[in-house]
Every structure is written in C-alpha cells, then in structure tokens.
Design a protein around this ligand. Structure first.
Ligand SMILES: Cc1cc2nc3c(=O)[nH]c(=O)nc-3n(C[C@H](O)[C@H](O)[C@H](O)COP(=O)(O)OP(=O)(O)OC[C@H]3O[C@@H](n4cnc5c(N)ncnc54)[C@H](O)[C@@H]3O)c2cc1C
Length: 396
C-alpha cells in the first residue's frame, strides 16, 4: 500500500487551494496525493467574494503564505457594487473593500500548472469509495486501490443536514452568461441583489455580474428549502431580462447551476485524528450567506500554518468567535419562519451598514459594531428568532 504524508480527497476548490498552500509552506517537500473523480478542465462555476484592499495576511501567519494567491488570475475586480432593494436603488459604498470574481477554469489551470512543477505531488483520477481512520493514519480506497497518509483532507464528504433542531435552508440558483445586441450593462458595477422579482413568500433576487457593456452573468437566486424545476429558473431569468434590460436581443453563451447549503448544523471539521474535512464538507460555508470561497482560503491557511508549526492541522476557534454562529442561526430562523420580508431585511443590512456589513460577514467586527448593525434590523422578528433558536438548541 502506498504511503503519503497527505492525501487530499477531492481536488476541487478547497483541495487544490490546500495543495497550493502546502507548496508555499515549509511542508513543500512532503509526499502529497490528490484524488478526484473529475478532470478539472471545465469552467463549472465562478466564485465571487469581497476582500479588504489592505488585506495582506494576518500578522501571525507565515509570511510564505501570501494573502492573495489567486490575484493574478482574477477575472474581474470591482470597486463598487449596486443594489436594488425595497426603499433604495443605487450604488453601495464598499469603502476599502473590493468585489472580485474568479472563474473556476482559471483557478484550476493556475493551480494545476503549479502542481505539475512538483514531483512529490501525485494527481490521480479516481472515485473515492471509502475514507477511514486507522491507528496508522488516514486510509482511503479509490478505484479499489488502498492508500494511507498521516492526514487525509476530505472535501468529498456529503453533509446530511437533516436535524430538525437546526435550520437547513438552501441557496439555489441558475445563471446565464448572455451576450446582448445593445449595450445594457455597466461593466464597472455588479448588482449584488436585485429584489424586483416576486418574492413568493421567501427570498428571491437577481444577481448580475457584468463583464462588459454587452456581456454579463445573470443569476436567479433563492434562499428556501425547495429546489425548482429547471424551466422555472429559466422563466424567471427570461422575465427579468425582458422587463429590466434593454438588450435588443441576446444569446445565452453559458449556464451555471448551483445549490449551496445554508445550515447551522454542527459539522465535524475534525471527525477523527487523521482526517480533516475541508471546504463545504468541513462546514466552511457561511450559513447566512452561502459564501465559501474566501473563508476556505483563510481556514486553509490556518491549517497549513498549524501543520508547519506544530505537526497537527486542527484549527481552534476561539470561544468568543462562536457568537457569529448564533447570529447566523438567528438570521436563518428569521428567513425560515418568514418573520419579516427578506427583501426589507437585506435593504436595511446593506444600505444602513455600508462597509460594516462586509466586516461583519467576515466575522471581524467588534461587539459594539455588531450592536450598531443589529439596531438597524426589525426588533421583534429578530428577538422572537433569538428565543426560538435557544428553544430549539435546548430541545435538540
Ligand atoms: C455553481 C456554484 C457557484 C458558486 N459560487 C460561489 C461564489 O460566488 N462565492 C462563494 O464564496 N462560494 C460559491 N460557491 C460555493 C463554494 O465556494 C463552491 O461550491 C466550492 O467549489 C466548494 O469547494 P469544495 O472544495 O468544498 O467543493 P468542490 O469544489 O465541489 O470540490 C469537491 C471535489 O471533490 C470531488 N469528489 C466528490 N466526491 C468524490 C468521490 N467520491 N471521489 C472522487 N472525487 C470526488 C469532486 O469532483 C470535486 O472536484 C458556489 C458553488 C456552486 C456550486
């Protein structure tokens, strides 16, 4: 049986990012195996995230782990964004934050090119059938072949997210990249939420990422617990384009579909001694927003830093940071129980908390900043949600 230092089970966003960080660290000469059933040669998704202009890495982090490793392959960086809510329509002040877009094919190509330079990194196309902890290390079977390593980093574990005391919503969306005959997009400004669509009792909006005046990715997005039929997303996209964009006709060049868990269920990042779950499998998705990319980069940098310094990868979350999980649960409860119209909540969040909201969603605010943000929310729905979250946690 072949023995490795690290096996990366699943070479998608989290797996490839981890491999990249390992190669930037003092662990760069370790034997690494990456297993994935797919060849990463398609643009199967796009990642957007915001980042502070001055983000140069946390001081405690090794200087060898750069804060913006994929900057050179970003597809777009925007300095302002717009928003269309219930009482406000226009530009949002992002302050020193920038909104960025990375196409997955550019990311895969960039990382795979880097990995190819390292003879100690093996990449195998295989379907993983089993991952198990043993006293000798993390054990993996893929295409009937056994492998073992000091640590297995698993991004293939399918979360169940079915415990009734938790909130298990889904963020689901379908998007089209369209090319229009007439110029109808402002390439300097993505629309992060446009609520001018029928809310149908939950939370629905359009998301528009302009590439140039005639090309954009337009996504119809829903936060609830029931997926739609494909043709229903299509109908909403068509209706939005016809009502609000002066396209002069358009063609659909690419499509994107995705489902992201919005759940406060406790996930097990460290299920056993030699196995660490990463990415969506590790619960790295922010429950209240579905954003995963940027958090995954931060968490993986912490994991690599720990491994390099202590020989163990496990991240410790300080107790006072856990309050953000409570905030996420309360927000999910408001959405799940439909305690207040979601379009109004998002309008308040974004328009009354410019800049602060990004810091808050990055979980970097201080408590007094959080109180100022909460003060802009409708009081009773959030108070009721708070008590309901407590009741459900105690009952569970
Ligand atoms: C369409 C889409 C758009 C998204 N957009 C954003 C965004 O804009 N911003 C953001 O922050 N987040 C976004 N997300 C959420 C999140 O960032 C992505 O899902 C991200 O790819 C998660 O990374 P991951 O490594 O956990 O999973 P993946 O990238 O899906 O990687 C998992 C890998 O494991 C492999 N695998 C699974 N099972 C097996 C098996 N049994 N054997 C072998 N290999 C296996 C898969 O082939 C895959 O390559 C988006 C998600 C989707 C689906």
């Amino acid at each position: 049986m072949k023995k490795y230092d690290f096996i990366i089970a699943g070479g998608g966003m989290a797996g490839l990012s981890l491999a990249y960080y390992l190669l930037q660290s003092p662990l760069r000469d370790r034997r690494i195996l990456i297993l994935d059933r797919e060849q990463k040669n398609r643009n199967d998704r796009t990642w957007c995230f915001w980042e502070h202009e001055l983000e140069v890495g946390r001081p405690e982090r090794s200087s060898q782990l750069t804060a913006r490793p994929f900057e050179s392959v970003l597809f777009r960086t925007w300095h302002s964004i717009s928003f269309h809510g219930t009482t406000y329509s226009g530009v949002l002040d992002m302050g020193e934050y920038q909104y960025k877009m990375l196409r997955s094919i550019d990311f895969y190509t960039f990382v795979e090119t880097e990995l190819a330079k390292w003879p100690n990194v093996e990449r195998k196309n295989a379907t993983i059938q089993r991952i198990k902890d043993t006293p000798q290390g993390g054990f993996v079977i893929a295409d009937d072949e056994p492998y073992i390593a000091d640590y297995v980093f698993d991004s293939t574990f399918a979360l169940k997210l079915d415990q009734p005391e938790n909130h298990n919503l889904l963020q689901h969306f379908k998007g089209w990249v369209i090319k229009t005959s007439a110029p109808c997009f402002d390439p300097k400004r993505p629309e992060i939420m446009d609520f001018r669509v029928d809310q149908q009792g939950d939370c629905r909006f359009l998301y528009v990422l302009p590439f140039d005046e005639k090309t954009a990715l337009i996504e119809y997005t829903i936060f609830n617990s029931t997926l739609l039929f494909d043709k229903e997303y299509d109908a909403e996209l068509r209706q939005y384009i016809d009502r609000f964009l002066m396209t002069g006709g358009y063609e659909i060049c690419e499509t994107e579909y995705g489902v992201i868990p919005m759940s406060d269920e406790q996930t097990q990042e460290n299920p056993s001694e030699h196995i660490v779950r990463i990415g969506t499998s590790g619960g790295f998705t922010k429950a209240s927003t579905g954003y995963t990319f940027h958090r995954t980069q931060r968490y993986l940098q912490d994991i690599v830093q720990n491994l390099a310094e202590t020989g163990k990868p496990h991240r410790m979350v300080p107790w006072f940071k856990r309050r953000f999980k409570l905030y996420d649960s309360i927000f999910l409860n408001v959405l799940e129980k439909n305690r207040h119209p979601a379009d109004d909540i998002f309008t308040r969040v974004y328009t009354e908390n410019p800049q602060r909201v990004f810091k808050f969603l990055d979980e970097e605010t201080r408590f007094f900043e959080e109180i100022r943000l909460f003060a802009t929310m409708p009081f009773w729905p959030f108070l009721l949600a708070f008590f309901d979250v407590l009741r459900r946690k105690i009952a569970g």
